[in-house]
Design a protein around this ligand. Structure first.
Ligand SMILES: O=C[C@H](O)[C@H](O)[C@H](O)COP(=O)(O)O
Length: 287
């Protein structure tokens, strides 16, 4: 069989710059970043499997160990799921519901997987994730990030920690010199604990605690945002974060805080930032 290269696979896919433009340069940049990330990380994996998989009958596929892909949440990863859907359609002969499984980071992510006709699996059944693609609210040069703008941080962290490689897809506004540059830290809190948590945060951070706000779901619903895990979200500002791991651990030591939106480089191998001119910056973690 002739050698299968990433280039030969990519030639069979639609080049992103030939697609109709989206509603804004920002959306185009998110799509460009996500498509590039998916091509760069998923296609090599597929290329390595095709020689064996192209010899199998559909019955034999049931004995194959599937590639498990994590699909995150937010507005950018939408395009990563779209590209994966296209890849599956294009290489349908070697890629099917038995050997490509997607695990979700919440309700939105599940729908994204199903909408793109990808097979949904659970992290309980497929705990070994090869690649996870997800967005970020802020990402520093070491590829530590803040996540949780869409309140999905807990399940996102579960998938990121289960992934061999975690890949960030974002627009270039998310690239920052340090965390909490312009974004608060979301924390997921058990829903009767916000007052207790605020008291503990004041004790821990003193005057550095500038904001501690329960996230509201107004105007669409009165009251606090309820996460997919039936908790609430507090957005806190304690100033610039330089030691991400330390702050994450301090926050996690407070009873009532289930998880934090600080991701101290969790298996993150690269970030793809789309620029408004259609180019994409591929960034690897600084040592
Ligand atoms: O909870 C939501 C997530 O962490 C998102 O991945 C994050 O907010 C980035 O979303 P977007 O791609 O829409 O900027």
């Amino acid at each position: 069989m002739t050698e299968v290269t990433v280039e030969s696979l990519q030639k069979q896919l639609i080049p992103v710059d030939t697609l109709p433009t989206l509603s804004s340069p920002l959306e185009n940049s998110k799509r460009a970043a996500s498509y590039k990330a998916m091509d760069q990380y998923f296609l090599p994996l597929l290329a390595s499997k095709i020689p064996e998989w192209s010899t199998l009958t559909i019955e034999q596929f049931s004995d194959v160990e599937p590639i498990v892909i994590g699909i995150g949440s937010g507005s950018t990863v939408v395009y990563a799921a779209e590209r994966l859907g296209e890849i599956k359609r294009t290489f349908g002969k070697v890629l099917n519901d038995l050997n490509l499984i997607c695990v979700a980071t919440g309700f939105q992510s599940e729908n994204l997987i199903l909408h793109n006709k990808l097979r949904l699996g659970t992290i309980a059944y497929y705990p070994k994730v090869a690649l996870a693609f997800d967005g970020a609210d802020e990402c520093d040069p070491q590829l530590n990030c803040i996540k949780g703008g869409g309140a999905c941080l807990l399940q996102e962290k579960l998938i990121a920690l289960s992934a061999e490689k975690f890949i960030i897809v974002a627009d270039d506004r998310k690239k920052v010199p340090y965390l909490s540059y312009g974004w608060k830290i979301p924390i997921e809190v058990v829903n009767n604990a916000p007052t207790f948590v605020e008291i503990q945060l004041k004790k821990m951070f003193g005057d550095d605690l500038k904001d501690c706000i329960i996230r509201e779901s107004m105007p669409k619903k009165a009251g606090a945002v309820v996460t997919d895990n039936f908790n609430c979200i507090m957005d806190i500002n304690i100033g610039p974060i330089h030691d991400v791991k330390k702050v994450h651990e301090q926050l996690k030591s407070i009873t009532g805080i289930v998880e934090t939106g600080l991701f101290p480089n969790i298996n993150c191998v690269a970030a793809y930032y789309g620029n408004s001119d259609g180019t994409v910056d591929e960034i690897f973690p600084e040592k």
